[in-house]
Design a binder for this molecule. Structure first.
Ligand SMILES: *Cc1c(COP(=O)(O)O)cnc(C)c1O
Length: 232
């Protein structure tokens, strides 16, 4: 049985290959190890081999794990966020990937003011229009970006999407391409306080394709930690 450290190296090799194929430098792509549902001991094990960015989708898990894990871990909030849980993530995470409403952005601003924190966020876009998923429609994203830009403590750094679960990752290429195009469109508007440098896309099943299509941030869980016992 390979250990999770072995898995991390295997994923690293796959990232390198995809970068080479796409003519990109390895440094252009950040690997976020998605540790949701997995114990802090596993996070510490990967930390020991140099991994620093970890993704979680429940604020309470970030609270509990950050209390026992090394301090310089960068926590990424990648899941749907409720306004009453913001105290666990504002000022405690490197990046919130999942902002998809004005109300949530406004609530982040309020919590950030309270804590004197600045918060980096991505707008989550539901490119494929799947009804079961969170995220903005592509059409409404530029307007919301413009509106959130007015919040002094909330700083948009780019876009995020969760692509559909498909048998052949090639099927998701158009999703990644569309997210990238959307980010280029928004960047061209030169909105103050809106940066479009981060593209968070690609998971275990499709991260190579996402890298080829310009991902700067991939979120990989299963390929590193193995299957999750429950879905959240
Ligand atoms: C769980 C999750 C991932 C990781 O998915 P894997 O298929 O296990 O790599 C990535 N992004 C989000 C938003 C997730 O919820």
């Amino acid at each position: 049985m390979p250990t999770i450290t072995d898995n991390l190296f295997l994923v690293e090799e796959r990232i390198l290959k995809a970068c080479q194929k796409a003519g990109r430098a390895r440094e252009e792509v950040e690997l976020i190890a998605v540790s949701k549902t997995k114990p802090a001991s596993m996070i510490c094990e990967l930390y020991a081999s140099g991994q620093r960015a970890f993704g979680e989708n429940r604020p309470q898990e970030i609270r509990d794990k950050s209390a026992v894990c090394p301090e310089d871990i960068q926590w990424h909030m990648i899941g749907h966020l409720q306004k009453n849980k913001l105290r666990y993530v504002v000022g405690k995470t490197a990046l919130i990937h999942s902002v998809d409403t004005w109300e949530l952005a406004e609530a982040i601003q309020t919590e950030a003011e309270k804590r004197n924190a600045d918060v980096s966020v991505l707008l989550e876009v539901n490119i494929a229009g799947e009804e079961t998923k969170y995220g903005l429609c592509a059409d409404e994203t530029p307007d919301l970006a413009g509106r959130i830009a007015g919040l002094s403590r909330v700083h948009i750094q780019g876009l995020m999407t969760v692509a559909p679960f498909v048998a052949d990752p090639e099927e998701n290429r158009f999703v990644f391409r569309k997210l990238r195009q959307l980010s280029v469109d928004i960047a061209s508007q030169n909105i103050d306080n809106v940066n479009m440098s981060v593209l968070s896309m690609g998971m275990t099943n499709d991260f190579e394709i996402a890298i080829e299509e310009g991902a700067t941030c991939i979120r990989v869980g299963t390929a590193i930690f193995g299957a999750r016992e429950y879905q959240i």
